[in-house]
Design a protein around this ligand. Structure first.
Ligand SMILES: [Zn+2]
Length: 268
């Protein structure tokens, strides 16, 4: 079935006309993957969060989603690299979405045009902080990576890279790892914040953890479901979901791998 759906997504190809993610069924949270690290989460209360909105990535089912999604309440950006900032600034200008990012990256994005009134103390924070985002709480957790923004000479580090732990009221706890390797710090996540229902885990390798690292990370956070991301977007990101499944099996993990079809809302 998974293979069939993947083939269908390939057949549709990039740019296939897709409607905006449907409102989730009552009481459910909808997660839509747009390829790479880009996700749109819609909560039971109707809050819409766009995470790392690089909608123009090579595996995106809808490169114009940043221009057409009818509602985005919050834009979450894990770190300053272009494959994560993506369309954040244009989305902020068009939709009025508030920016959830590290304080330093917020400053950099405001300097680049993100509306300042939507990137203030209410939503810009740092590791350990929790932001109220409608009926979800977003906690900023560590990621081990780098975070520069912009191509200008001397582009500075723009804050520490983050992962996001999104606790949806009456819904799942979702952990977006950002770009990172597996770290011992991940063991603190379930201890501090409770079990992770859905882990959005980078598996591509080269710039982040590979499938074996992601499998170990899934055991560290006690993830029930692992959705692989940040793989096969470019040839160098060579990790595959099949490798993730094998690595989880080798660790005797009960975590279930769920490969999302880009553009297809999935209820949790
Ligand atoms: Zn990346």
């Amino acid at each position: 079935m998974r293979t069939l759906l993947a083939a269908l997504a390939l057949a549709l190809g990039p740019g296939a006309a897709l409607a905006a993610p449907a409102a989730p069924a009552a009481g459910k949270t909808s997660i839509t993957w747009y390829g790479h690290a880009a996700f749109v989460v819609t909560t039971p209360g109707g809050t819409v969060l766009a995470i790392d909105p690089f909608f123009q990535n090579p595996r995106s089912p809808d490169p114009k989603a940043g221009e057409t999604l009818p509602r985005i309440d919050y834009v979450l950006v894990t770190h300053g690299h272009g494959d994560h900032v993506g369309d954040a600034i244009a989305i902020g200008k068009r939709t009025g979405a508030k920016l959830i990012a590290s304080f330093d990256l917020c400053k950099a994005l405001v300097n680049a045009g993100y509306p300042a009134a939507q990137a203030g103390y209410a939503t810009c924070g740092n590791i350990g902080g929790t932001i109220q985002a409608g009926d979800a709480e977003v906690t900023m957790v560590p990621a081990v990576h780098s975070s520069s923004f912009g191509d200008q000479p001397g582009a500075a580090e723009e804050g520490h890279p983050l992962g996001f732990l999104i606790r949806v009221k009456g819904g799942p706890t979702i952990y977006h790892t950002g770009d990172t390797d597996v770290t011992m710090d991940m063991k603190l996540i379930p201890e501090r914040w409770g079990p992770v229902d859905v882990m959005l885990a980078c598996i591509g390798g080269h710039f982040t953890m590979d499938p074996r690292g992601a499998a170990l990370a899934a055991t560290f956070v006690g993830a029930r479901t692992v959705i692989p991301m940040h793989y096969q977007t470019y040839p160098v990101l060579s990790g595959t979901p099949a490798e993730l499944e094998r690595a989880l099996a080798a660790l005797h993990s009960r975590a279930r791998v769920r490969v999302l079809v880009p553009g297809a809302p999935t209820a949790f």
